[in-house]
Ligand binder design. Sequence first.
Ligand code: FAD
Ligand code: NAP
Length: 339
Amino acid sequence: MTLQVLSQVSLKPFNSFGIDVRAQLFAEAHSDDDVREALAYSAAHALPLLVIGGGSNLLLTQDIPALVLRMATQGIRVVHDDGTQVVVEAQAGEAWHPFVLWTLEQGFCGLENLSLIPGTVGAAPMQNIGAYGVEIKDVFAGLTALDRHTGELREFSLEECNFGYRDSLFKHETGRWLILRVRFTLSRTSHLKLDYGPVQQRLAGQGITEATPRDVSRAICSIRREKLPDPAELGNAGSFFKNPLVSQVLAAELQALYPDLVAYPQPDGQMKLAAGWLIDKAGWKGFRDGDAGVHKLQALVLVNYGGATGHDIANLAQRIQRDIAERFKVDLEMEPNQY
Ligand code: FAD
Ligand code: NAP
């Protein structure tokens, strides 16, 4: 047995909100064998297994009566290369942003807009991570997961993952699929997506007219460092709510009341509202109750000033949800995974 199982471990260093709850048992998986051992251990001790990566999309509201398994498997390899396109496979425990930087160093294009997202490769498919107009579904080549019900390996194609806006099959079949490795189709020629205004403005401000993927990555990193709190300094889980999709009728009603409403038409005819704009408009930006608060620069990010519990954050989130529903008739859905 190589798996080191520890008892009563504080999860404070393992969640980006910095919430201090305990795992009944805790272990790190460095190989597929470790993962299988952890499953056998949890079954033998009749304890559930909770898989985590970087803990950057978690809201922990209680001590966790489970074996918490942190994915720490490492390894990146090119599994296909036809001279134009490559397929790169990374193990679940690889940290996302260093993986993106590695692909850019190899001259592979496709992940640059997803620079500086915290977390691991294995968690990226959970909510089809996205930023600046790109989601992993745009470059997804497949993944290998362990079916925790049967113990068998299963390959998933793009279609089988049911990726949606911050959504996937894995988010709905909670606890069934343990993602072991993920593959991405990347290109040796650049096809940049520069639709988001701030990226264009940052590149223009730097005097860059013919941007490379690495320029785009650097521009996005600099924007993100200015706008988002660093979890190492101020606990947070990034955007706390998803941007709501509403009917054109409601969007038009709101636009009549608030001419500066931020809304983007979607291919299916719905309108995507900027949740951060709604929360800001309702006056919550910079709000603080004890150690739970709304970030001063980005109203979509709830923060832990140090001693907040998961319940403090959840209570604040519920107050905001009620207020937004009353003011704008819009329901905000929480993005992080609550345990
Ligand atoms: P965790 O938080 O550890 O886990 C998240 C969920 O995935 C849990 O339910 C967990 O059980 C499950 N899980 C983890 N690993 C596995 C696995 N191998 N197999 C099966 N299930 C697993 N998200 C975006 O989409 N876009 C952004 O731009 C973005 N920016 C962020 C900025 C900041 C400052 C922060 C703190 C967060 C941001 N996020 C963003 C959210 C978060 O970084 C992503 O959702 C990320 O993919 C979470 O990865 P993780 O390894 O930390 O997952
Ligand atoms: P922003 O640029 O201030 O824009 C506000 C919102 O408007 C964004 O949420 C974005 O939606 C939407 N938007 C802006 N330009 C758009 C366009 N051209 N087309 C369609 N939608 C547009 O956003 P931000 O908060 O600084 O974040 C920048 C990017 O990083 C966003 O893509 C955001 O999703 C991502 N991000 C995500 C997290 C997270 O935890 N999930 C945290 C930080 C940043 P989308 O969110 O749909 O892109």
